[in-house]
Every structure is written in structure tokens, then in C-alpha cells.
Design a protein around this ligand. Structure first.
Ligand code: NDP
Ligand code: X2W
Length: 311
């Protein structure tokens, strides 16, 4: 019997991208709700309980409500929203972080998909912290560029409709320094202080560049860009979805849309004897959302991790 899969919120930006990755798959049965009933709670409840695995591609409150509708103990959930990313009883859907993360995803009934900015931040900070290069109390700063599809249908409409001058230029947001991804960044990396985080949205559809900046003399060990690069290259050497570029990168500038349309993430380490930057390049809708969600589904259902993905 093929596992039955339902995407709640399939008509949204993340949901459609998951659908695109699954539509042609013969190893699952996709359950499709009637278009005119896609927000009908009773109909959604039926689908949520009929499925072996559901993706929640909904705003946070609707995701919480959807979880409360699930009564079938066999139904497994991957939540793409922020609602459960710091919940201790949910597995954190970032399998490359450790064997334990991967094992918990494989067996868990509840998996929370990482936030897009958080994915970029954690991909560099977690290994450096786990390998003892970065002290847990390091005063981290991070800036993160994203395309406008990161803001979902509403922001896409803003950028693709008649727009004013400001939307033609990069915009720094999250100015209260309390962006919703900060709790998962801090908790999942075990940091004792939250980073100073500045997200930036710009006038292109998708793609991200998330950068942390380090003073080498404040690192616990390996006080050079080369040592940071070696640590990351070694940590991710066997991963299909995360690659580490040669030290210094391969281009004189880093374009945030380099990996648009792909489900992989590339880390670029730059710097010198005194300072280091690490930049994660990826697609907010690939490794930053839908691609990661499908990767998690494959692990949960026992399929090859790379099935149906744009490596
Ligand atoms: N876009 C991105 O790059 C990323 C998004 N995410 C997260 O994924 C989730 C979805 O985001 P995104 O796809 O961008 O958002 P969108 O606004 O593009 O899509 C959300 C979808 O949910 C539908 N919806 C809203 N309320 C309900 C409800 N009560 N019942 C059923 N459907 C409902 C909306 O309907 P309607 O079409 O009528 O508006 C819409 O189709 C969010 O939590 C977001 O934060 C995570 C990582 C990256
Ligand atoms: C451009 C823009 O607004 N982007 C969104 C991030 C989208 C996202 O990752 O949402 P989740 O937190 O559900 O993962 C933001 O920064 O709030």
C-alpha cells in the first residue's frame, strides 16, 4: 500500500512547491481536497485523518489548529510554519545536523521544518558550536538576504503588482531585532545569547544568502578562516544536500539567487587571519522550506532521501 500524503495549504507558495515535487511520484498517493473546500474545517479534518503523512503549509495559527484536528494516532505531520520549531516534543527537521537529528526525524510522528533564515544561520553555527570552534556565548551577528517569495502570497502580490520605489531596493526588516526565527536559532544551536539578526528582502523571487561574521580571536580554537572552513567541510563531507565551497568561494561576489530552483545549500567561507564570514546560499523555497520538507518526508517514509529533488 502506498502511503497517503495530504498537503494542507496546497494553494500557497510553500504548498505548491511541495506539490510540484510530489505530483509525479508513483511511490505515494496524494490526497487532493476539492478547491472549494480547501478551507472547510470539516473537510480538512477528514483529509488530515485519512493521510499517513500531512504537510502543513499554513500560517502559524492555522497550523496549530490543524494539529488539534488530527485524531488518527498513525497520522504523521511535517509543519512548515513557525508554530512548533522550539517544541521539545517535535523533531527538528534538519537531518544534516547530527545522526541523532536524522534518527529522530525518521521515527517521529511530529516534525517541524526549519525556518528559511534559520536554516542559513544554523547550517553554519551548529557545526562550529558542536565542534567547539565557536563558544556558546559568542556575540553573533547575522544578516540574511531573501527573495520576496519568502513572504508568501501576500508579499508576492505586493512585489508583482504596482509598486512604489522602496520595493525596487533591498529593505531591511525585523527592526525590533525580535524576528520570529530567533528562538529556533538560539535553542537549536544551544547559544546562551540570541544573535543580532537583520533580515533583508529584495526585488527578486527566490534565493537566500545568510551570513555570519566572526572575529577569529574570539573563537575557542582554530582561530582562522581556514580552520573554520576545514571544520565545516569535514562536518558536511558526506551530505547530499549541503556542500562547502573551496575556501574564499568560487566567485568574486556572492549572488543571493545562486541556488534558486535547487534543494541544496552551499556554505562559502571567506576571510583572513583576523576575520571570517560564513555565507549560506540556498533557495528559501528549496532547502529553506519545500525542498527540506520533502527531504524530511522521504526520511520519515523510508524512501531514499534524495528522491524527487533538485540536487
Ligand atoms: N514562503 C517561504 O519561503 C516560506 C514559508 N514558510 C512557512 O510556510 C507556511 C506557509 O507559507 P507560504 O506558503 O509562504 O504562505 P502563503 O500565504 O503563500 O500560503 C498559505 C496558504 O494557506 C492557506 N490558508 C490560510 N489559512 C488557512 C486555513 N485556515 N485552512 C486552510 N488553508 C489556509 C492560504 O489560503 P489563501 O490562498 O486563500 O490565502 C494559502 O494558500 C507559513 O507558516 C510560512 O511562514 C516557511 C519557510 C519559507
Ligand atoms: C520575506 C519575508 O517576510 N520572509 C519571512 C520568512 C518566511 C519564513 O521562513 O517563514 P517561516 O518562519 O514560517 O519559516 C519572514 O522573515 O518573516
Amino acid at each position: 500500500m502506498k502511503p497517503k500524503v495530504y498537503i494542507d495549504g496546497k494553494e500557497g507558495t510553500t504548498g505548491l512547491q511541495i506539490y510540484d515535487r510530489l505530483a509525479a511520484r508513483a511511490d505515494i498517493e496524494l490526497l487532493l481536497i476539492d478547491e472549494d473546500k480547501r478551507k472547510d474545517p470539516a473537510e480538512r479534518k477528514k483529509f488530515l485523518n485519512e493521510a499517513d503523512l500531512v504537510f502543513l503549509c499554513l500560517p502559524d495559527d492555522a497550523a496549530r489548529e490543524a494539529v488539534s484536528m488530527v485524531e488518527n494516532p498513525a497520522t504523521r505531520i511535517i509543519d512548515a510554519s513557525t508554530a512548533h520549531r522550539t517544541a521539545q516534543d517535535w523533531a527538528y527537521g534538519f537531518p544534516e545536523l547530527s545522526q541523532l537529528h536524522r534518527a529522530l526525524i525518521c521515527k517521529s510522528k511530529r516534525v517541524s521544518n526549519p525556518g528559511c533564515h534559520a536554516t542559513g544561520f544554523i547550517s553554519s553555527v551548529y557545526p562550529l558550536s558542536a565542534m567547539g570552534v565557536l563558544p556558546k556565548d559568542y556575540p553573533l551577528t547575522c544578516f540574511s538576504l531573501t527573495g520576496y517569495s519568502g513572504g508568501g502570497k501576500k508579499m508576492i502580490a505586493e512585489y508583482e503588482g504596482e509598486k512604489g520605489g522602496a520595493l525596487y531596493s533591498p529593505r531591511i526588516y525585523g527592526l525590533n531585532l525580535r524576528h520570529k526565527h530567533l528562538p529556533e536559532m538560539q535553542l537549536r544551536c544551544g547559544l546562551t545569547r540570541p544573535p543580532v539578526f537583520s533580515p533583508v528582502v529584495d526585488d527578486y523571487y527566490k534565493g537566500m544568502a545568510t551570513t555570519i561574521s566572526l572575529h577569529n580571536d574570539l573563537l575557542s580554537c582554530g582561530k582562522s578562516a581556514k580552520a573554520v572552513w576545514e571544520t565545516l567541510a569535514d562536518y558536511y563531507r558526506d551530505q547530499a544536500f549541503i556542500h562547502v565551497a573551496p575556501l574564499g568561494g568560487e566567485t568574486p561576489m556572492l549572488a543571493a539567487n545562486t541556488l534558486a530552483g535547487r534543494d541544496t545549500l552551499t556554505l562559502v567561507v571567506c576571510g583572513n587571519e583576523t576575520h571570517t564570514t560564513v555565507t549560506a546560499l540556498f533557495d528559501n523555497l528549496g532547502k529553506g522550506a519545500s525542498g527540506a520538507a520533502v527531504q524530511n518526508m522521504n526520511l520519515m517514509l523510508g524512501f531514499p532521501e534524495t528522491t524527487g529533488l533538485n540536487l
